[in-house]
Design a protein. Structure first.
Length: 112
């Protein structure tokens, strides 16, 4: 499995449970306050981008790997909703966000 796929799968797994997902900020703590997505001690909910950022730290992924993974998410947002990752996350909802990751993971595995 390539590094981009690993990064995407790790980020998706973090927010697969709706209770670990959030909107309109990168991450939230247990009280619902905004916090850094990379903070292991406080972050308990993430948006798509925040989860990808947290995975980058967790997996020690390179900047290039992170950018390629992010680009795959953006591709789905553009093709499916004519918008960006943040809008899919914040306005289209949890199911659409997971579909965005699923599409990016599939394309990454196929080498696209």
């Amino acid at each position: 499995m390539n590094d981009v796929t690993k990064l995407l799968e790790n980020a998706r797994a973090r927010i697969a449970d709706r209770r670990a997902w959030t909107r309109e900020t990168l991450a939230r703590d247990v009280m619902g306050r905004e916090c850094s997505p990379g903070n292991k001690a406080t972050a308990v909910r993430w948006c798509a981008t925040g989860s990808l950022s947290r995975s980058r730290v967790e997996l020690e992924a390179t900047q290039d790997t992170y950018l390629l993974a992010s680009h795959k998410l953006e591709g789905f947002a553009e093709r499916s909703y004519q918008t960006n990752v943040s809008t899919v996350n914040d306005q289209c909802g949890h199911a659409a966000t997971l579909r965005m990751f699923d599409d990016a993971i599939k394309r990454s595995k196929m080498g696209e």
